[in-house]
Ligand binder design. Structure first.
Ligand code: NAP
Length: 260
């Protein structure tokens, strides 16, 4: 299926590794020119080179912390008028909510709620004027099924979800869509690190921990970044203009609910 995106421009945030990287590659395969962001320059340069060599699209690097105004300015300076915006950043730390300080909450809100909103605010009017725009926010399955030790993530991402639910309905008539993808377990560095920490506490190896998680999932495995990237690219397709304000849960069926 041709997604009708050849020649479009995208900003893909937090894209040197993991889900952002896979999304950038999936969009590039559709002929989308990219600005990709991350704090670490070496991994970002490796990803940019790989995507450009594999697909032939233009890939520019925005090195910086996307949760800061300066980091966002670098990305927006390279691509002030994107057709596609993928918001993403690292997830907040786990812990008992009693130990979270105001600073912890501010950082989580900044990374996982206010940064996506700032990026949307900076780009959406141009999308409306051009009559094409696709915004996908990478959030978490924790938005629908809160994870007890991830209170910062549950709260900040739910705030973003509520805001964009309203905005998505205001911009849809201009062929500008905003949707969220809610990842369950995908095999990225973040999941490997999480599994290693949990494994240590339980006295088993990280491999055993990952195998247990895979077995517990209805799909009998964890997700691959590639299948995440392809789903995200589909939400950006020219044909996806009627998919508005949705929260697409990609978790292998782990959230056990009849609806949603
Ligand atoms: P990952 O494999 O650890 O990759 C994170 C990427 O984001 C890296 O490229 C990293 O590069 C970049 N990044 C992190 N913080 C950044 C910042 N402040 N500014 C710019 N770039 C930043 O993580 P992932 O698994 O792809 O996760 C992506 C998001 O999905 C996270 O918010 C995570 O919580 C969420 N999520 C993931 C899963 C999963 O199973 N993988 C499940 C639920 C939710 P630098 O470190 O160099 O900046």
């Amino acid at each position: 299926m041709d997604l009708g995106l050849r020649g479009k421009r995208a900003i893909v945030c937090a894209a040197s590794k993991g889900l952002g990287r896979a999304t950038a590659l999936a969009l590039a395969r559709e002929g989308v020119d990219l600005v990709i962001t991350a704090r670490g320059e070496a991994a970002l340069a490796e990803t940019a080179a790989m995507i450009a060599a594999t697909t032939g699209v233009k890939v520019a690097m925005a090195v910086g912390d996307i949760t800061t105004e300066a980091g966002r300015a670098v990305a927006l300076g390279l691509c002030p008028a994107p057709d596609i915006l993928i918001t993403n950043a690292g997830g907040p730390p786990a812990g008992d909510f009693r130990n979270f300080s105001d600073a912890d909450w501010q950082a989580a809100l900044q990374a996982n709620m206010l940064t996506p909103i700032a990026l949307i605010r900076a780009t959406i009017d141009g999308m409306i004027a051009r009559k094409f725009g696709r915004v996908v926010n990478i959030t978490s399955a924790a938005v629908k099924t809160p994870i007890p030790m991830l209170g910062l993530s549950n709260g900040a991402r739910a705030g973003l979800t509520g805001f964009v639910a309203g905005l998505a309905r205001q911009v849809a008539r201009h062929n500008v869509t905003i949707n969220n993808i809610l990842p369950g377990p995908f095999l990225t560095d973040r999941l490997r690190d999480n599994a290693a920490t949990a494994a240590k506490a339980a006295g088993r190896s990280a491999e055993e921990e990952l195998a247990l998680r895979a077995k517990a999932n209805p799909a009998g495995r964890v997700g691959t970044p590639e299948e995440f990237g392809d789903a995200c690219a589909f939400l950006c397709a020219a044909q996806s203009g009627f998919i508005v304000g949705q929260n697409l849960l990609l978790d292998g069926g782990a959230s056990n609910a009849a609806f949603g």
